[in-house]
Each structure stands twice: as structure tokens, then as C-alpha cells.
Design a protein around this ligand. Structure first.
Ligand code: CP
Length: 302
């Protein structure tokens, strides 16, 4: 079965297949409206989510299916001490595919070993968030294209799962990747090592300014308070690496600014109404991209 656990498992051909299907969905959503009538998607969100959970729900419904939702940890039997392995074994009996978000890195891989239906990782701690990467790539392909792509990825590179997934996928399109962060939030050694092994072109910086004029895409991420073991460590870097309209005066006119959202204060609101801002469109792309992914995953189930 095709579990979707990590962007590392996705080849360029896999990525293009999903993005091409997503483009078909976006061009003619009605053609997909009863594609998976009666299909049920099991939602298991052990951490908060707005975009991932709601766009998967919208995607399942727009394909003619529906969702069964565990709800929050507080309202489920996880609260009584039920393990993740038992939870997924139960819920796979109610659904054709599962979507899991969990605070522990490696949890999606572990859970997938207990189920026969496809399991999709919707974020495992500081690990991976492969479906975010697919909608990020869809957005990049639409705005900047994959040819000769130079991208800056800024913010929390240590704990940022969207960054870890995206960096692997960008290697498949031979992008020049610049990583911009405080020293305490640089890429984990394991991710840097894997990227090196994959032949990625990466450079690391502590300041945006010198590299900004070269960029086709600037991917900004949130410094995530919830991932820091120590609050004082968070406070030391919170509020750094913010951009506003003035910052972008040094950028190319056709720079694409992205953010997986939610943002706190990394992107000032004076950028929202400029042509640089692609982050709301990026979030909206979650529906056709997740429809395409579900279509392919459920097709494989038949
Ligand atoms: N980008 C993203 O994963 O958002 P949510 O946490 O709201 O799902």
C-alpha cells in the first residue's frame, strides 16, 4: 500500500504526476465531483490544524466522499490512554485512507506499520509534512517554474517540518537552495547530511540581505514556540527574521513570497496586497493538490 510518509520517497515523476492531476482538478473540479463517492477519509489530528485538516476535509467532500474525524485528543479515547497503534488499527476499519498529524517525529512511519489502508502523514513533530510540500511545489511551479530555480528558505529550519520536506523535494528539481536562520535554528545535521547525499545545492546564511536579490522564491516560516524544549531559547530568537514591504525593495520584482502559515509576525501585513504575496493562494492550492493526491491514492486502492 502507498503510505505517504516523507517527501524523501517522492521522485520528480511522482511529484509531477500529483501536480499535473492537481492542475486538471483546478481546471475542471466538476469532473472530479463524484470520483470517489462513498469514500471515507479517517482524520486523526493529535495536534492543532486549520489548513491541513480543513483542506483534506474539503478535498474528500469535493471528490464525492466524506470524513470520519477523531476530533481532538481531549475528546477522544487517547485521553484514556489508548496508544497510537491501537487507535489507527481501530480507525482503519472505518475508513479507506487515514490522515495523521502527531507531535512525535517518526509517528507516521510507526503508525503505517499497523494498518493496511494508505496512511498519509499530515505532519509528525519536527519530521516531515509531505502534503504541504506538494502544495508548495504546485505554487512554485505556477509562479516561478522549476527551471533554474533559486529559493531562499528562512526562519525555523531546525524544527520546521515543512522545510525538511520541501528541501528534499526541491533537490529533485535541482533548485539552488539558500537557508537563512539564526545559528541556533539551522538545519538539523541529519537533514543536511541527507541533502548532501542526494546531491542538493545548498548554502546557509544568518542574514537575508546578501542573498535576497538572487531569489525567485522566498519561503518564510514561523519560529514555532511549541517545539522549543526551553522557553528562554524561544525568546532569544522570537521576532527575528521578519520581512516587510521595505525589506523587499531589494528583491526582484517577480519574487514569490510564500509561507506555509499560520504566520505570527514573520511577514508584515503591508506585503499582503502586493504581487509578492502568494501565501494565501498557496493555502488555497491545498484543496486541488489534496484532491489529486487522494484521487491517486484511492485509485491505487481499487
Ligand atoms: N500549513 C499547515 O500545516 O497549517 P495547519 O497547521 O493549520 O494545518
Amino acid at each position: 500500500h502507498d503510505h505517504i510518509i516523507s517527501a524523501k520517497q517522492l521522485s520528480r515523476a511522482d511529484i509531477e504526476e500529483v501536480l499535473d492531476r492537481a492542475a486538471e482538478v483546478a481546471a475542471d473540479p466538476e469532473a472530479f465531483a463524484d470520483r470517489h463517492e462513498n469514500a471515507l477519509l479517517g482524520l486523526l489530528f493529535f495536534e492543532p490544524s486549520t489548513r491541513t485538516k480543513m483542506s483534506f476535509t474539503a478535498a474528500a467532500k469535493r471528490l464525492g466522499g466524506d470524513v470520519v474525524d477523531m476530533g481532538t485528543v481531549e475528546s477522544s479515547s487517547v485521553k484514556k490512554g489508548e496508544s497510537l497503534a491501537d487507535t489507527v488499527r481501530v480507525v482503519e476499519g472505518y475508513a479507506d485512507a487515514l490522515v495523521l498529524r502527531h507531535p512525535s517525529e517518526g509517528s507516521a512511519q510507526m503508525a503505517s506499520e499497523f494498518v493496511d489502508v494508505p496512511l498519509i502523514n499530515a505532519g509528525d513533530g519536527a519530521g516531515q509534512h509531505p502534503t504541504q510540500t506538494l502544495l508548495d511545489l504546485y505554487t512554485i511551479r505556477e509562479s516561478a517554474g522549476f527551471d533554474d530555480l533559486t529559493i531562499g528558505i528562512m526562519g525555523d529550519l531546525k524544527y520546521g517540518r515543512t522545510v525538511h520536506s520541501l528541501a528534499h523535494a526541491l533537490t529533485t528539481v535541482d533548485a539552488d537552495q539558500h537557508f537563512i536562520s539564526p545559528e541556533s535554528l539551522q538545519l538539523p545535521r541529519s537533514v543536511r547530511y541527507d541533502l548532501h547525499e542526494e546531491g542538493a545545492t545548498i548554502r546557509e546564511h544568518t542574514e537575508l540581505e546578501p542573498v535576497l536579490p538572487e531569489l525567485d522564491v522566498l519561503y518564510v516560516t514561523r519560529i514555532q514556540a511549541e517545539r522549543f524544549p526551553d522557553e528562554s531559547e524561544y525568546r532569544a530568537v522570537a521576532g527575528e527574521y521578519q520581512i516587510d514591504a521595505e525589506t523587499l525593495e531589494a528583491a526582484r520584482d517577480d519574487l514569490t513570497v510564500m509561507h506555509p502559515l499560520p504566520r505570527v509576525d514573520e511577514i508584515a501585513h503591508d506585503i499582503d496586497d502586493t504581487d509578492y504575496a502568494h501565501y494565501f493562494q498557496q493555502a488555497h492550492n491545498g484543496v486541488p493538490v489534496r484532491m489529486a493526491l487522494l484521487d491517486l491514492v484511492l485509485e491505487g486502492q481499487r
